[in-house]
Design a protein around this ligand. Structure first.
Ligand SMILES: *[C@@H]1O[C@H](CO)[C@@H](O)[C@H](O)[C@H]1NC(C)=O
Ligand SMILES: *[C@@H]1O[C@H](CO)[C@@H](O)[C@H](O)[C@H]1NC(C)=O
Ligand SMILES: *[C@@H]1O[C@H](CO)[C@@H](O)[C@H](O)[C@H]1NC(C)=O
Ligand SMILES: *[C@@H]1O[C@H](CO)[C@@H](O)[C@H](O)[C@H]1NC(C)=O
Ligand SMILES: *[C@@H]1O[C@H](CO)[C@@H](O)[C@H](O)[C@H]1NC(C)=O
Ligand SMILES: *[C@@H]1O[C@H](CO)[C@@H](O)[C@H](O)[C@H]1NC(C)=O
Length: 306
């Protein structure tokens, strides 16, 4: 990086948040290098308020991580997390942040009692999780994220952010087994959450349902019978289509494993007993006449499984 820009950033770091009246943070190790003519307010705001239009370089990212580790101020913590999260939208930065040891620094912030900070940390991890090598580092936080999602306030921003992260951590089969103990909880959140939450839980469940290794855990999960109301004709299309896809994926896994032919005993109260019970058959038959063509087509791909 050029000397002028480096000096500008150091000045920015020193005066981070100064425009809003926060304490000054001495980011630069060693003597202050700022030069005359650098107005500390301009770049300080630029870096943490999202208007900085350049991709942050490694040195800048390191300083942000150092700031995140050292500050006690919740507002600065939150802004540093948002800036890191935004910068992680660039694939190059996803690797740099990992190489700088940044994933645990960001990840530890999910333990913050402050839900606003927790949410921003989850969002930043979500952007970092697009990288497969990063997922290996993020997986140590998956258990905590699951606990937060299942116990967190229903439909809260934290719960949604956690669900999004779990969804992106299950885009491949690699880490899905970490969620196997949470199937019943996920269905509970699905059935109690509002539309936004339902869609996000279903994205996650649909991903899990494509993996034959997850099929038994899903089918034996205890699920409230209100699950079947999701197959009602008036269910929102984005929910209904995903529920049908879930069913289709489970059917496919069962068929491939030959289990559908065997017809194992139906454990009462399980997802299996709901999906393959008479009530569901009736609902599927009714959906053949649904007004939405996508729904009708999807139903027809599932029905041969009966
Ligand atoms: C961020 O800071 C810059 C420079 O101070 C300012 O011009 C811009 O309006 C700010 N943007 C937001 C979204 O606050
Ligand atoms: C949580 O953090 C936000 C800033 O991110 C801050 O405004 C708020 O005061 C904090 N809440 C508590 C209880 O510390
Ligand atoms: C994450 O990345 C997306 C683009 O992929 C971006 O819109 C978003 O602002 C980024 N930041 C956070 C904190 O999620
Ligand atoms: C999460 O994964 C989805 C699907 O792969 C992708 O489109 C999205 O960009 C990811 N979200 C973030 C925040 O990276
Ligand atoms: C679900 O609840 C959250 C938080 O109250 C809200 O922001 C969101 O709009 C709600 N979604 C729907 C579909 O009602
Ligand atoms: C998970 O879902 C995303 C889209 O939501 C999809 O791109 C991805 O292939 C799915 N992964 C698995 C393993 O099902």
């Amino acid at each position: 990086m050029g000397g002028a820009r480096a000096a500008g950033w150091v000045a920015a770091g020193l005066a981070l948040g100064a425009g809003a009246g926060f304490c000054l943070y001495r980011l630069a190790r060693g003597p202050r290098r700022s030069k005359r003519g650098l107005r500390s307010s301009e770049s300080a705001e630029d870096l943490t308020n999202g208007s900085y239009d350049d991709i942050l370089n490694a040195e800048q990212l390191q300083k942000l991580l150092y700031l995140l580790e050292s500050t006690e101020d919740p507002v600065i913590t939150e802004r540093a997390l948002v800036t890191l999260g935004n910068s992680a939208a660039f694939s190059g930065n996803q690797a740099i942040i990992r190489e700088l040891g940044g994933i645990p620094v960001v990840g530890n912030k999910i333990n913050s009692p402050n839900h606003s900070i927790k949410e921003k940390a989850l969002n930043a991890l979500n952007n970092l999780s697009v990288n497969v090598e990063n997922q290996v580092k993020i997986k140590v936080f998956v258990h905590q994220v699951c606990e937060d999602v299942m116990s967190g306030p229903l439909d809260s921003a934290v719960q949604l952010a956690g669900l999004r992260l779990l969804t992106n951590m299950t885009v491949t089969n690699e880490h899905q087994h970490m969620l196997s103990g949470y199937a019943a909880d996920l269905f509970r959140v699905l059935l109690t959450g509002n539309g936004t939450t339902k869609v996000q839980v279903l994205k996650l469940l649909v991903n899990l349902s494509e993996n034959p290794a997850m099929t038994e855990g899903l089918l034996t999960a205890q699920v409230d019978s209100s699950f079947l109301s999701l197959f009602d004709g008036h269910t929102a299309q984005e929910i209904l289509l995903r529920v049908l896809t879930l069913f289709q994926n489970i059917n496919n896994c069962l068929r491939r494993g030959g289990l559908l032919a065997i017809r194992p005993p139906l454990p009462t109260g399980s997802l299996f007993s709901l999906l393959y019970g008479e009530d569901c058959v009736q609902k599927m038959k009714a959906l053949v006449y649904h007004h939405d063509v996508e729904v009708r087509e999807k139903v027809l791909t599932v029905i041969p499984g009966f």
